[in-house]
Design a protein around this ligand. Structure first.
Ligand SMILES: Cc1cc2nc3c(=O)[nH]c(=O)nc-3n(C[C@H](O)[C@H](O)[C@H](O)COP(=O)(O)O)c2cc1C
Length: 158
């Protein structure tokens, strides 16, 4: 499994919360574990207007979530209590009016490269991102992942 996305139209909305976190898998993740997470995530995210992307590599998750602030807060509480992962660290929270992942109820990818900066200068690793890091660095990394994910999806569809 390398990249799966679900495309959906996103509702138009006002102020949105954009949140990025990293975490570490608490046990070995099998394909069915991802399927289970994504099934639950897509169902709930559709219901509450959340979009985003989940990436997994080297036992680490990074997730980009965007949606109504109260729904993001409630979801983060649930995700933080999920025993399939641990050491959850919120890297970035922002208020925005535009979605970066409007088409994805929860896109999913497993970047393979171990370089932290791809040959085209686009970041494809997140293991070195830490909470408390300069916001600009995290924001740039989030942008890079967003581009990485969209390029992957586009080439997968050709
Ligand atoms: C790495 C990771 C990412 C997750 N992302 C989401 C998500 O985007 N949306 C979601 O509803 N659940 C997500 N979950 C699952 C939640 O932790 C939780 O199991 C789910 O919201 C079901 O909660 P409920 O049974 O109380 O409705 C994720 C779990 C993990 C381990």
């Amino acid at each position: 499994m390398s990249s799966v996305a679900e495309r959906n139209g996103a509702p138009r909305d006002g102020a949105l919360k954009y949140l990025v976190y990293t975490s570490t898998a608490s046990r070995e993740m099998r394909p069915e574990d991802f399927e289970s997470i994504l099934r639950t995530a897509r169902e709930r995210n559709r219901r509450v207007g959340i979009t985003g992307v989940l990436l997994f590599r080297d036992d680490c998750f990074i997730q980009f979530l965007e949606g109504p602030p109260a729904e993001i807060d409630a979801l983060l509480d649930d995700i933080a209590g999920d025993d399939r992962h641990e050491r959850l660290r919120v890297l970035l929270t922002e208020t925005t009016t535009e979605r970066s992942f409007a088409d994805w109820r929860m896109g999913f990818g497993t970047p393979r490269s171990t370089r932290s900066t791809g040959t085209d200068g686009v970041r494809d690793s997140f293991i070195d991102l830490t909470a408390g890091e300069d916001e600009g660095v995290v924001r740039q990394a989030a942008e890079d992942f967003s581009i990485w994910f969209k390029v992957r999806e586009r080439s997968a569809r050709v």
